[in-house]
Unconditional design. Sequence first.
Length: 155
Amino acid sequence: MRWILLLVTLLLISCGGRVDTDVRTGVDSSAQQLVRDERYVPAKSAEPDVLGNEPLRQGTFKDKEHETAGLATVYKESGILHLALEDFHVDRGPDLFVYLSTDEYATNAVNLGKLRSFTGDQTYIMPSFVNIEEYKHVLIWCKEFGVLFGAAELE
């Protein structure tokens, strides 16, 4: 019994201890695909990438409850919006997801899927209904405990 209590305590501490989540998770099936075609490597700056895709919005991750670093960039390729996380790093945690949100509180957010890796470049397809003028925040969110690990404001 002590081991179970210790394990639960450690999980609560690692995610900040809150268990409240108010996040919109209904997205179309195209948003479920987490990685694009392997031939595409996102650019590391606001310059066009190798395929000539211009970055539409970009922001740098900032720590919130946990250390988070890297660049978030929105690209449009063949009429489809993509979110690229570049030079990305976040502290390990359970049940981490990538959200696009209208604010840092996930008041109105879209779930782009489970975080693929705690480090490195990764790309997520954005649902067709997302308006990048409205959804200006990328959140790394611990869904299990409702904790914001880090965020990037897209400008």
